[in-house]
Design a protein around this ligand. Structure first.
Ligand SMILES: Cc1cc2nc3c(=O)[nH]c(=O)nc-3n(C[C@H](O)[C@H](O)[C@H](O)COP(=O)(O)O)c2cc1C
Length: 352
């Protein structure tokens, strides 16, 4: 049930302090590789103007070879507050990358210590840093030394069930100078499977003095409230719940700020949003944007009557016109049938 206790209400009415930086929202949009580009963030920001967002993770090693900052680090001057997330295992590269990120206008530097992908863990980055706490500590120290903005860490509870070391690890990150810790409450071995183990967020919150942000399975306002009540965390971070649904961070933030539950977007609003997303990706990235849009379009079309067929076609689009044509079909069908959601079907699948 969506009820805020007086203590939780008081906490939510208080700005969140991350070192020298103050945030007026306690709901975060997570970094999502291949997703949280400038186009996606603009959609999330429309509904959550005060929430912290993150770029996709940026490789400090790759950055060291580049003359120009890559597009994934680009920040629009109007999209604050935002943080650039970096990954690598070499403290000096991370410090250099953090200095470059400053130029873009990032408000904090976030260090990825949670990515489970083999390609990254094999090179000592992401969640493999949980097994190398000394290296992780050195990274935080050097980055803190290199920049005058807060440095934060996003990590998991441990490598696997036999190696859940988050309590000790989190303390070490705090002692090294991290100003906030986001905890994805799964082990690396879990990947994204099984339920997030929020009990570990509660334990970490009890041993740290810096803010702790809860991450994992925040798919609704109800989950966000329950997570804060159960863990005592200072805020929540939404991830997979925002795929094809850039409304979620705003919905939770609105409830945290006012106690108001926003009506769910109608299928028409979701499809209109999909069109805007597609157009944005086309304008920002051209052909590459169209290719990237396919997965987004499929996510937007979940749960509608007739969506399977639409998703299948959208997953093969090669131009914006093709995408618009497909997305317009259910919109037209909807309008023709007088706007009842139950009639929102892909035309060829409409029952006789
Ligand atoms: C497609 C995808 C991309 C992700 N990319 C990143 C990333 O770049 N940096 C990061 O710290 N975590 C990344 N994550 C992990 C999420 O931020 C989050 O920690 C995880 O999905 C757990 O939250 P959830 O259960 O609400 O999805 C990614 C997850 C997914 C599904």
């Amino acid at each position: 049930m969506n009820i805020l206790s007086p203590a939780l209400k008081a906490k939510l009415a208080t700005p969140l302090t991350i070192g020298s930086f103050t945030l007026e929202s306690r709901v975060f949009q997570s970094p999502l590789s291949g997703v949280t580009d400038l186009v996606f963030r603009r959609l999330v920001r429309r509904y959550a103007p005060k929430s912290m967002m993150y770029t996709e993770m940026v490789s400090a090693s790759e950055l060291s070879h580049l003359q120009k900052l890559p597009q994934i680090m680009e920040i629009d001057p109007n999209e604050q507050p935002i943080s650039i997330q970096l990954f690598d295992c070499r403290p000096d590269f991370m410090a250099q990358a953090a200095r470059k990120a400053l130029v873009e206008g990032t408000k904090t530097i976030d260090i990825n210590m949670g990515c489970p992908v083999n390609k990254i863990t094999k090179r000592g980055g992401g969640s493999s840093l949980l097994r190398q706490p000394k290296v992780a500590e050195a990274i935080v120290r050097e980055v803190v030394e290199a920049v005058d903005i807060p440095v934060t860490v996003k990590t998991r509870i441990g490598w696997n069930d036999e190696e859940i070391n988050i309590l000790e690890f989190a303390r070490r990150m705090q002692d090294a100078g991290a100003q906030m810790l986001t905890l994805h409450a799964r082990t690396r071995a879990q990947g994204y499977h099984g339920m997030a183990r929020w009990e570990w967020i509660k334990k970490v919150k009890q041993v740290l003095s810096i803010p702790v942000i809860a991450n994992g399975d925040i798919f609704s306002v109800e989950a966000a409230v329950r997570c804060l009540a159960e863990t005592g965390a200072d805020g929540v971070m939404c991830s997979r719940g925002t795929l094809g649904y850039p409304f979620l961070v705003g919905e939770i933030d609105r409830f945290f700020q006012t106690g108001q539950i926003l009506p769910a977007p109608t299928p028409v609003e979701r499809l209109q949003c999909a069109k805007e997303h597609l157009q944005g990706l086309w304008e920002y990235k051209g052909e590459r944007g169209i290719r990237q849009s396919r997965k987004h379009m499929a996510w937007y079309c979940k749960g509608f009557s007739g969506a399977a067929q639409l998703r299948d076609k959208l997953s093969r689009i090669s131009s914006i016109e093709e995408g618009f044509q497909l997305l317009n079909l259910p919109l037209i069908a909807y309008a023709e049938r007088g706007g009842a959601y139950k009639f929102l079907r892909f035309p060829q699948e409409t029952a006789p």
